[in-house]
Design a protein around this ligand. Structure first.
Ligand code: CA
Ligand code: CA
Ligand code: CA
Ligand code: CA
Length: 471
């Protein structure tokens, strides 16, 4: 909600269409207290005074009794504006040092948050008259203006009046007049730096992670439409998505890390996934996939033959990448094999031909992973109740143990699945170990349609698992 609020707020500001200014004519009845409350003068070693005079202009003039000698930073005679979200336009003010003795000089700076400064005016007084400054400014972003008087004489009064600064007050009085974090937006993409994970990149703003931390796991039984040994370890894949989005929450790119963890299978199985909400034309490029022999791949890296839902083939044959099965008791495990899949949706702000998609419409949680059994493209095995792709061989539905029908997909008559999606790590069964005898509440979880024993895979308490059957 916070992000939405801030965006709305900024939009309203820009819609008003006024050139906003930060002003100070020192005439407020509240006196200096009023101005210091809205963050004028921060950085001075003592307060401004009021001087009832028309020397500069109006009834009151900002005036500081100060040493104009160069006595070091602490004693420099100066005034500072509030932090201002500066806009292009003229910076205007009147200034004077009425009781001039010796050499007196005014130097005006734009100051950045890191206290680096750039000079915008240097003025040497030759008399006590008021002077008007009008300084063309093209700098935007968070700055304050610092007026410093120096000289070779003792006490004097640097005076200011009728200050007009193009921009809006960006100081936060409730936080020591620090720059208001909510509206610092270095790259101008509309997302404040504090919320912008790419504060210097206008084409990127947010990272979105799925799962929120670590890896999720999908595990498959490749004997579908038969139960087979039902060990659900014929392909075990870790998955992680980092979705980068821009200020409008459009997907810019996806970094998808896939881990081949086990392939306890005699068959050569492939793996892919579909993004149901993504038109393939919204993706500019896919890189990082493994071999894709037996598949037809479009120029942008998505699979041809699924014209409305982007389909990514991660690899064609798992055993090319992992010789061991990583499921056989007594055989030492081999390391996971990592695939870094990169999906480019936008480049320098330009979307793919089919246009942008928002992170919420993408809804990465509905990604649709599937195993392709034994190199036969049509033999797709999906998570329960996930739809087949356009390339699935529908003649397999309802055969063997499968009970796929309208509204029910990849489930048996007793609702057993051929694939599992675990939002975290998964200690998968060892080779040939039926998952329902490895995880002792798995059956009850299925029978209850997931209502009971939701922790069937994670709970290590008594009665939950047969450790001897876990790899
Ligand atoms: Ca930004
Ligand atoms: Ca940004
Ligand atoms: Ca199996
Ligand atoms: Ca197996």
């Amino acid at each position: 909600m916070k992000k939405i609020f801030v965006i709305t707020f900024l939009t309203l500001l820009s819609l008003t269409g006024f050139t906003q200014t930060v002003t100070n004519d020192f005439e407020n009845a509240g006196g200096w207290k009023y101005y210091s409350n809205v963050c004028w003068g921060i950085g001075m070693n003592n307060e401004y005074e009021y001087f009832n005079t028309n020397v500069v202009g109006g009834g009151f003039t900002g005036s500081k009794v100060c040493q104009t000698q160069n006595l070091g930073e602490k004693n420099i005679c100066r005034l500072e504006s509030p932090w201002t979200n500066l806009a292009a336009g003229n910076i205007e003010f009147d200034h004077a040092v009425p009781s001039k003795n010796g050499t007196r000089k005014l130097t005006v700076y734009l100051v950045k948050e890191d206290d680096s400064k750039s000079k915008i005016l240097e003025f040497t007084y030759t008399n006590g008259n008021a002077n008007h400054a009008s300084i063309a400014n093209n700098v935007t972003g968070i700055r304050k203006i610092r007026w410093e008087w120096t000289g070779n004489d003792g006490n004097s009064r640097g005076q200011l009046d009728n200050i007009v600064i193009p921009g809006t007050n960006a100081s936060d009085p409730s936080h020591d007049c620090e720059p208001m974090a909510a509206i610092i937006d270095a790259d101008g993409d509309g997302v404040p730096d504090t919320q912008d994970e790419y504060p210097n990149d206008k084409y990127r703003a947010y990272n979105n992670y799925y799962p929120a931390t670590g890896f999720g796991t999908v595990a498959f039984e490749d004997n579908w439409p038969a139960y087979g040994d039902y060990d659900l370890n014929d392909l075990v894949m870790g998955y992680k998505f980092k979705i980068v989005s821009n200020a409008q929450h459009n997907v810019v790119e996806i970094f998808n890390t896939m881990l081949l963890r086990a392939n306890g299978a005699g068959m050569e199985n492939g793996f892919g996934y579909q993004l149901p909400a993504v038109n393939p034309g919204s993706i500019r490029a896919v890189t990082g996939a493994g071999n894709q022999s037996g598949y037809t791949i479009s120029d942008n890296g998505t699979e041809t033959g699924n014209p409305t839902k982007a389909t990514i083939i991660v690899f064609d044959k798992s055993h090319q990448y992992m010789n061991e099965w990583n499921t056989e008791k007594g055989v030492p495990p081999v390391p996971d094999v990592q695939f870094d899949i990169y999906l480019e949706f936008m480049k320098n702000g330009v979307a793919g031909a089919a246009g942008t998609i928002t992170v919420s419409n993408l809804n990465i949680a509905q990604w649709n992973p599937f195993l392709v059994a034994n190199g036969q493209r049509g033999r797709e095995i999906h998570l329960p109740n996930y739809l087949p792709t356009d390339l699935a061989d529908q003649s397999l539905f309802g055969t063997g143990d499968d009970d796929t029908q309208t509204g029910k997909y990849y489930k048996s008559k007793t609702n057993l699945p051929w694939a599992l999606d675990i939002y975290g790590a998964f200690d998968y069964p060892a080779e040939h170990m039926d998952i329902s005898q490895t995880y002792l509440h798995f059956g009850a979880w299925v029978e209850s349609s997931g209502a009971n024993f939701k922790d069937w895979y994670s709970n290590t308490g008594a009665g939950y698992r047969d450790d001897a059957k876990i790899y």
